[in-house]
Design a protein around this ligand. Structure first.
Ligand code: COA
Length: 259
């Protein structure tokens, strides 16, 4: 697919997807949502990609869904738009390859929701977060009412959802919304470094950790740890497990193949 509202670049096995609609603070219109869906599909399917870094051009990560498009929607269109967006964001969350949001600026509404759908979040110290939907008389539609309490707890999530207030990167870190905060000029290097560390691990192990957390978190504990045990057993049959353990015993770095 040819992208017009984002850029897609692969360097050293990291696909960098840069949302590129800076004049509208990277607001997510339908066309951009279609491109994001295609971009994550491309990253997951390409053999030369092992990880995904998602960021924004200009002073915003993503300042939310495009309010100009939401303004005219009917009830039926609104539900369909939310479901489409949720399916796209779920692709980032269920990707077997790690997805990391490098949050360079405003992450509001759908922008905060998109960051939360990624496995990891690294923020610039200039980033700002919020779920301002109540100010527009709507509820979030791309997952915030569910992912935010899972990440930061019910009380803090409700505070953000009900007040619509923005918080800065330090507060986002304090409440567990982001994994790390770095100086603005170091954002992409720090994000790449985190992904590069993951890329040296066994790819099957990484993919199954992601799946165990994603599927297990909403299961009763007994079912969830049974799922973990089955993955633990499954990976014992992998070449990566044999190589990882042999490399440890030989005191050398492992060379994983993802088999
Ligand atoms: N949808 C559509 N357009 C948006 C947008 C959005 N979510 N967020 C920003 N824009 C547009 C603005 O309309 C403006 O366009 P214009 O230059 O054609 O008028 C441009 O992006 C720059 O935004 P502006 O508001 O002038 O910048 P600012 O620095 O004064 O304020 C924000 C920045 C992020 C505080 C402000 O843009 C904002 O509140 N955006 C909406 C956030 C929101 O409610 N998101 C949830 C949507 S469900």
């Amino acid at each position: 697919m040819t992208y017009e509202l984002l850029t897609f670049q692969v360097t050293d096995r990291i696909a960098t997807i840069t949302v590129n609609r800076p004049d509208k603070l990277n607001a997510l219109n339908d066309a951009l949502m279609r491109e994001l869906s295609a971009a994550i599909d491309e990253a997951v399917s390409r053999d030369d990609v092992g990880a995904v870094l998602l960021t924004g051009a200009g002073r915003a990560f993503v300042a939310g869904a495009d309010i100009a498009e939401l303004a005219g929607q009917s009830a039926v269109e609104g539900k369909a738009r939310a479901e489409r967006g949720q399916r796209t964001f779920r692709k980032f969350e269920q990707s077997p390859k790690p997805t990391l949001a490098a949050i360079n600026g405003f992450a509001l509404g759908g922008g905060c929701e998109l960051a939360m759908a990624c496995h990891l979040r690294v923020a610039s110290d200039a980033a700002k977060f919020g779920q301002p939907e109540v100010k527009l008389g709507i509820v979030p539609g791309y997952g915030a009412t569910q992912r935010l309490p899972r990440l930061v707890g019910k009380g803090r999530a409700l505070q953000l959802l009900l007040t619509g207030e923005m918080i800065d990167a330090a507060e986002a870190y304090r409440i567990g919304l982001v994994n790390r905060v770095v100086a603005a000029g170091e954002l992409i290097d720090a994000a790449r470094a985190m992904l590069t560390t993951i890329l040296t691990q066994g790819p099957l192990a990484v993919a199954h950790c992601i799946e165990a957390v994603d599927r297990g978190l909403d299961l009763p504990l007994d079912d969830a740890i049974a799922l973990e045990a089955s993955y633990f057993g499954l990976l014992s049959a992998s070449a990566d497990k044999a190589e990882g353990m042999r490399a440890f015993l030989d005191k050398r770095p492992a060379k994983f193949t993802g088999q």
